[in-house]
Design a protein around this ligand. Structure first.
Ligand SMILES: Nc1ncnc2c1ncn2[C@@H]1O[C@H](COP(=O)(O)OP(=O)(O)O)[C@@H](O)[C@H]1O
Ligand SMILES: [Mg+2]
Length: 225
């Protein structure tokens, strides 16, 4: 099969929560085509379904209907292939970070390399240095500020050099200087490694770092241009 010009495509994604009269449709036939190496920002009001979309794109949640394809190959619904593809292709920065509370910052990132059978080889230290969190590498999440935890979550998502980085409001707890550092790192991995990025944000200043901005409205994405 010929490789697609798109690294990630979503077609006709539907997702609702609840049943009967409490049923709320969050995604209403959403389409997205993401070129390899593209840096996309997704904006939209709170509660409109951005996190839901990111979890579906990240293969950790299933849509009610619709398909996701990675590199032109449609993803099957079975858990085994999805887990493998998620581990090899996807890096996800969760809105709630999901760091493991009993592990140090360095181990939170190191373990994510180990489950992929990869050696550290200084990768964790390099990322911590770049993200300005080397001084907390031995700290557990409760011993770090939100901003530091957020950058540990970013290091974890980047460590295995995923083809696609999905980041859910990654600057939400950062001051403007640390936001800028983080966004420069995103842009650098995007330029240098051709990493594809989907970043959710509320901030037009943050979105401005992306190549393309889309707005989520009524369960679909509207292009800026
Ligand atoms: N697991 C869930 N069960 C029921 N409702 C949910 C669940 N997750 C999200 N929702 C609802 O779906 C809507 C979209 O949520 P979410 O995707 O988190 O939006 P956003 O990230 O844009 O704030 C919200 O109204 C939220 O309350
Ligand atoms: Mg959200």
């Amino acid at each position: 099969m010929a490789q697609s010009e798109y690294i990630l495509t979503a077609r006709g994604l539907h997702k609702s929560y609840g049943k009967g009269r409490a049923r709320v449709e969050v995604l209403g036939g959403l389409d997205l085509s993401l070129r390899g190496g593209e840096f996309l920002a997704v904006m939209g009001p709170s509660g409109c379904g951005k996190t839901t979309l990111l979890h579906i794109l990240g293969l950790i949640a299933l849509p009610d209907a619709g398909t996701i394809a990675l590199d032109g190959r449609e993803i099957p619904a079975g858990p085994r292939t999805r887990t493998t593809l998620r581990r090899t292709h996807i890096g996800l920065v969760f809105q709630r970070l999901n760091l493991i509370s009993v592990l140090t910052a360095a181990d939170n990132v190191g373990i994510s390399l180990r489950v992929r059978g990869e050696e550290n080889n200084g990768r964790v230290e390099e990322l911590f240095e770049a993200l300005g969190i080397a001084h907390v590498s031995g700290h557990k999440p409760a011993e770090m500020s939100m901003g530091e935890q957020q950058r540990v979550a970013v290091a974890r998502a980047l460590a295995h050099r995923p083809a696609v980085l999905l980041a859910d409001e990654p600057t939400g707890s950062l001051d403007s200087a640390n936001s800028r550092t983080l966004l420069e790192i995103f842009r650098e991995t995007n330029h240098r490694d051709g990493q594809t990025i989907v970043m959710i944000t509320h901030s037009p200043d943050v979105a401005a770092y992306a190549d393309r901005i889309v707005h989520m409205k009524d369960g679909i994405l509207l292009d800026d241009n």
